[in-house]
Design a protein around this ligand. Structure first.
Ligand code: ZN
Length: 199
């Protein structure tokens, strides 16, 4: 009997030791992100108005991107989209502080994009600017990439930072994985108080 109790005690000590070493090696959201601005969790559900120059197929891809967020977050992220006829073309002075959230179809040759590229040292396929998301179509190239760019920019819209390159994620600053990964969800759960690994 004493022998059995001893074996059981050793088992408990080993178990406790293993748990401690797991805690020590666990990667935390703080370890993987490159903090940018202040992160404010979004008030969800929310609605984005989509530039009507996206054709029906592209609109479907945007919907797929929103569905991808909803699936992966187990319904925490819920974003509806609607087509909308803007009164005037995109202008950051107006649309970054506009009272509605918008998604714009842009091209490398558009004046606003030319100006933005001149002020940056790399070219981008998407940009999140206030409540406006810009998609530069010439740089998205395929449906999968268009969806990934959208999912990345929505990540910024709901308050996520870039993730360091060594952790493959949609939120890497340059396009890598085309779907949300465990690292994206680790960061997401930090701000939306879910349990990483359960979503
Ligand atoms: Zn980004």
């Amino acid at each position: 009997m004493v022998g059995r109790i001893f074996v059981f005690m050793v088992f408990l000590i080993v178990l406790f030791g293993l748990q401690q070493s797991c805690v020590k090696t666990k990667v935390l959201a703080e370890d993987i992100i490159i903090p940018t601005n202040v992160v404010v969790p979004e008030n969800l559900p929310t609605l984005y108005y989509v530039d009507p120059t996206f054709d029906d197929h592209e609109f479907e891809i945007i919907q797929d991107g929103m569905d991808h967020w909803e699936d992966k977050s187990k319904g925490i992220v819920k974003i509806k989209i609607a087509k909308w006829e803007p009164a005037i073309p995109y202008n950051p002075d107006i649309y970054t502080t506009y009272p509605i959230k918008t998604i714009w179809k842009m091209h490398r040759s558009d004046d606003e994009i030319v100006k933005m590229f001149e002020s940056r040292d790399d070219e981008f396929a998407g940009l999140s600017y206030g409540d406006a998301v810009l998609i530069v179509m010439d740089h998205t190239q395929t449906d999968d990439r268009l969806k990934a760019v959208l999912v990345h920019e929505i990540g910024h819209q709901i308050g996520l930072h870039h993730i360091k390159k060594k952790y493959p994620a949609i939120m890497n600053s340059h396009l890598g994985p085309l779907e949300l990964t465990q690292w994206d969800m680790l960061q997401f759960c930090k701000f939306y108080r879910c349990k990483p690994g359960t979503i």
